[in-house]
Design a protein around this ligand. Sequence first.
Ligand code: B1M
Length: 233
Amino acid sequence: MSEEDDLDLNSLDDEELTQQMHDDLYDGLKEEIEEGVHILLNRGWAPYKVLTEALVEGMRIVGIDFRDGILFVPEVLLAANAMKAGMAILRPLLAETGAPKVGKMVVGTVKGDIHDIGKNLVAMMMEGAGFEVINIGINNPVENYLEALDEHEPDILGMSALLTTTMPYMKVVIDTLKEKGVRDDYIVLVGGAPLNEEFAQAIGADAYCRDAAVAVETAKEFMNRKHNRLASA
Ligand code: B1M
């Protein structure tokens, strides 16, 4: 066992611990990430702060080295696994809200794409903000979206894509909704690292959401508009 294995995470101050968690995420050390999350929570950190400063920031660093060919798929999968373990601890804490549901969202990653960390984070944050969220997972063909929309009748359809090759599929879904004459029944929000405002506009979405916090704000804003419209009708 190396010296590093013996490291007592509790003995580190907050800054050292977050740095260590970035390293542990990079190394895919699930148990250490779980321990780190618990320690920060016990020290009074808000769940959202743990999420953004310890986990999301760690994954950002992983992303850079993946891009630069320093990390490869197996290592990134381990990092993703560790990230998800940390998120699983935070999820119930972020979702703790006694407030009445402010709206309903169906969210899923598009066909051909298996990235789900960002989409799951959006789902968690939306739940935390009082939305009911139906998360339909990854690799969704248009039929899955249609089925979920029929079954759950949400206010919002959220789509995620992390690849430049899969983002055009969002247009397939929106065009299908148009063909069926139901496009305007939903607020369509899209997100994912390669997207931008122009793309969202070009495919006919209602808005592009840069991150989970923006997704929550945007969803709330559109729900307010919807309520005002209904009230004045
Ligand atoms: Co992939 N991958 N990956 N990968 N992967 C990227 C996306 C990439 C940018 C890495 C790189 O080269 N720098 C690159 C895409 C390049 C491109 O298309 N331009 C890439 C590639 C190439 C690939 C493969 C093709 C690699 C290969 O096989 N050779 C392959 C494709 C598999 C497939 O999908 N068919 C692949 C596989 C994988 C893993 C399986 C190893 C793993 C995914 C594990 C998992 O998700 N369960 C993985 C990972 C982890 C990444 C990176 C490193 C991290 C993604 C992530 O989780 N980020 C990523 C690098 C990067 O993005 N910089 C990369 C953290 C997350 C919190 O952020 O997902 O952006 P993000 O979500 C944010 C916002 O985007 C937004 O809010 C979120 C939270 O703030 N958002 C939404 C996202 N979805 C939203 C939906 C909304 C609203 C907002 O709806 C309303």
